[in-house]
Design a protein around this ligand. Structure first.
Ligand SMILES: NC(=O)c1ccc[n+]([C@@H]2O[C@H](COP(=O)([O-])OP(=O)(O)OC[C@H]3O[C@@H](n4cnc5c(N)ncnc54)[C@H](OP(=O)(O)O)[C@@H]3O)[C@@H](O)[C@H]2O)c1
Length: 277
């Protein structure tokens, strides 16, 4: 059985690839730029760019299962090529936003588009819907490294950050256990934390204080636009404003699937302390 892992330069994709190889599975590593992906012993690397349909037949030939990122562009071409290649099961890294009832948000819409295309394809699917990633905090690494100081518009905005390792482990279990075909797993970290508290836990992992400066939403938006398109920056700001001072509910599917609690943010910060040093 061959499993195609897309997005192997991505954080979750790379962790899924490693975990499958450790489990002795036959894997194919796919990336839009396979030359830039770290070579992985035991995995053939192929070019896979969902927005370039010519790359799909070769990447999918002989593949039984796929770990897929939720890219709306080219999803219909992907499902057609996957059906033709005889793919049986796709595990999609989706988003809890698809469960939020906010079809008007561009993030929710993008994930729902991909989920609906997979549902219509007739291929078995499992949706892994994480909430906010712990690794979103890596966007703070530059200013924390440079000055131990961070500018935030909503330091009291809450999320339930989830470790990339938990997302990868749930995805791998979904790929390897056929009982999970057709399931939708909603996964979050074990607790709701404000951004301020996340910074404190990073500071603990560093062993040094990190100062948080509160800035206006307009200043924050201007900073986000340095690395995000405007509709996504606006969605991020609207999420944070909506979660300002409001603890978010956690979801328990990490425990359901893995039989252990989700990993806390303090552990994530310890695992990534070097990124902030
Ligand atoms: N950040 C959050 O809080 C959050 C919350 C819920 C869900 N999510 C979901 O998780 C994703 C981010 O996961 P991550 O942190 O692992 O991302 P990441 O490190 O940014 O990697 C995303 C990977 O997706 C692959 N990709 C992008 N466009 C593609 C295309 N056209 N064809 C094939 N592959 C493509 C790329 O792999 P290659 O470069 O190797 O081709 C890329 O490395 C988001 O896009 C979203 O769907 C995020």
């Amino acid at each position: 059985m061959t499993i195609l892992v897309t997005g192997v330069r991505g954080q979750v994709g790379s962790a899924v690839l490693r975990a499958l190889i450790d489990a002795g599975q036959e894997v194919r590593a796919a990336s839009r730029r396979p030359g830039d992906a770290a070579p992985v012993e035991g995995a053939r690397t192929v070019r896979f760019d969902q927005s370039d349909p010519q790359t799909l037949p070769d990447a999918l030939a002989g593949v039984h299962k796929v770990f897929l990122y939720a890219e709306p562009e080219g999803i219909e071409e992907f499902t057609a090529a996957a059906r033709k290649a005889g793919v049986e099961h796709v595990v999609l890294l989706s988003s809890l936003s698809a469960d939020s009832g906010h079809d008007d948000s561009p993030i929710a819409r993008a994930h729902l588009t991909v989920e609906r295309a997979l549902d219509a394809s007739g291929i078995d699917r499992t949706f892994v819907r994480p909430g906010g990633f712990s690794s979103n905090a890596l966007q703070w690494a530059g200013p924390i490294r440079a000055a131990r100081r961070l500018r935030l518009a909503y330091p009291q905005a809450h999320s339930e950050p989830i470790h990339e390792r938990d997302m990868a482990e749930v995805s791998v279990r979904a790929l390897l256990d056929d009982a999970h075909r057709g399931a939708t797993f909603s996964i979050t970290g074990p607790e709701s934390l404000s951004q301020q508290r996340q910074v404190e836990l990073i500071s603990d992992a560093l062993g040094e204080p990190v100062e948080v400066e509160r800035i206006s939403a307009q200043e924050y938006r201007a900073e986000l636009l340095n690395h995000l398109p405007a509709p996504i920056a606006d969605t991020v700001i609207s999420y944070q404003a909506g979660q300002d001072g409001t603890p978010q509910p956690t979801r328990d599917d990490v425990r359901v699937v893995l039989g252990r609690p989700a990993t806390g943010f303090a552990q994530w910060a310890a695992d990534h302390a070097a990124d902030f040093r």
